[in-house]
Design a protein around this ligand. Sequence first.
Ligand SMILES: O=C(O)CCC(=O)C(=O)O
Length: 277
Amino acid sequence: MDPELVTRHREHLLRDGYTVIENAFDAATRDALIEGLLRLEREGEAGYARTTFEGMQTVRVYNLLARGEVFRQVPLNPAALAVAEAVLDPELLLSSLSAITLGPGQPAQPMHEDTQQIPLPRPHPPIAVNAMWALSPFTEDNGATRIVPASHLAAEPPVYGGAYETRAATMPAGSIMLFDSQLWHAGGANRTDERRFAISCYYCAGWLRQQENLQLGLPRETVQTFPRRLQELCGYSVYRGQYGHIDNRDPIELLGQPRRRSMVWEASDRRQQARPA
Ligand SMILES: O=C(O)CCC(=O)C(=O)O
């Protein structure tokens, strides 16, 4: 993505709490992702969720990277990843990758924000960014995510399930809405007789615990076959040369890959040695 456009999306997200990238993926990709989700349902790997938050008429599939090659392209989408990196930083992680398929009759989800469990005073700088992939068009009637624009700057999180003035984040299929995790939002009600297919690709700062435990949830043999950038996003990386190390080594080496950066203490020794006596 053009760097100026990345900057514009970043500024929009910082100001309003969200930004929408249209035409972020093509129809063939959308069809392949929907087919991947339907296959999981046919194979019995996915069924209706069992909590009000997840939606009893909603099929959620977690840990998608363990469930099909077709999903690997999602966290690596160049446009969404560039904006998420610009908002967080290039050492960000994938926090979770899950599908949210709202069925007909699914009521609106309780209002919430995505890092409500993290005990930080609000508002704080962005620590996580959700990229909501519209595999179906997101409409007022089929459950487009409801948002409260600029609520990421509020001093409080929403009252869980509270009633607020919201707007529907409508967007054509093929769009991705990125939003600051602090934005007050909720899935809308699906009043149509069609399903609303979506994937939530949730990124977080490299120093924050991931929502899904991807290092335990993804078999190492599977991660070994991922592109390197995806391996790094899944946690085979070290933040600022320190957080996430194993025996002061970069976990990427566990996958037989060379590390590309020094660990923080090696780098400070090198700086020290380079100083004139
Ligand atoms: O389905 C949606 O549009 C939003 C879902 C959501 O916000 C969540 O599950 O945290």
